[in-house]
Ligand binder design. Structure first.
Ligand SMILES: [Zn+2]
Length: 258
């Protein structure tokens, strides 16, 4: 009998999740070739599987959530199937119709920003729903609020104009997870509170530099933060700046670029 990596991951989660249940925020690696970080919630855990750049998968007590999956279904073949797919905005490193078509199972739900909903082809559009900046919904018992994601710097406004794109604030079993999407350190980001886990982008010219990202993160002070969407950026410098401002913020590393 052979155990697939997906099953191996499940077994790992069950076993280790039980062992570490007393720890409020713990980090574990389950398999060398499919690293996942797991954070305990009140009734279970949330596992983070970085896939690439802006794409990742969250295993939650209510179901499996894919964020901005692109790059072809093969990248996701070792991961559990999606119950919910979130799309933040229309750029090709966040939104890819072929990948969506391949990943949408019979019962998979698809939630996007309004602009992407309008550009989805027929069947995908029929199955999708959208929320705009400031709106909230609940799917898989996960609270979902759309946090505005946009540029602030004059020469970057063309990339992510205010009002179009979504970041997402998820409330999973009491744990607040902030997916910033492509944004600068907006007042909406800086004003967040009680965030346990955050995903924050940095790369120029599209989002922001490491200094601004670190400043924004220090302001809302998540318990843990993944730099993601950082191709070419100095995340060592990011970590130093964050921890100089607040040594309690845990900067997470993931295999975003291989
Ligand atoms: Zn973008």
């Amino acid at each position: 009998m052979s155990i697939s990596r997906r099953n191996a991951l499940k077994i790992g989660m069950t076993t280790l999740g039980g062992l570490y249940a007393a720890s409020p925020l713990s980090r574990m690696v389950f398999a060398q070739d499919a690293a996942a970080d797991t954070f305990n919630t009140a009734n279970g855990s949330v596992s983070v599987h970085p896939v690439s750049h802006a794409s990742f998968v969250l295993q939650t007590p209510g179901g499996v959530i894919y964020n901005d999956p692109v790059g072809g279904a093969e990248l996701y073949s070792q991961l559990p199937a999606a119950d919910l797919i979130l799309i933040t905005h229309e750029h090709s490193d966040h939104y890819d119709v072929d990948t969506l078509n391949a990943l949408m199972g019979e019962n998979t739900q698809l939630l996007t920003n309004p602009a992407v909903l309008e550009m989805l082809p027929g069947e995908l559009k029929e199955r999708a729903s959208a929320i705009g900046n400031g709106d909230s919904t609940e799917i898989l018992k996960v609270g979902i609020e759309a946090i505005p994601a946009y540029n602030l710097t004059e020469e970057r406004l063309k990339y992510h104009p205010k009002g179009r794109d979504n970041g997402y604030l998820l409330t999973v079993d009491g744990m607040r997870v902030y997916i910033a999407a492509d944004t600068e350190a907006t007042p909406e980001m800086r004003g967040l509170s009680d965030i346990q886990l955050a995903f924050v982008p940095m790369n120029l010219p599209y989002t922001m530099g490491v200094e601004q990202a670190a400043e924004g993160v220090a302001d809302f002070a998540p318990a843990a933060v993944y730099p993601y969407h950082y191709k070419g950026s100095d995340i060592d410098a990011f970590e130093k700046l964050v921890n100089a401002a607040n040594a309690d913020i845990k900067v997470m590393r993931g295999p975003w670029y291989g």
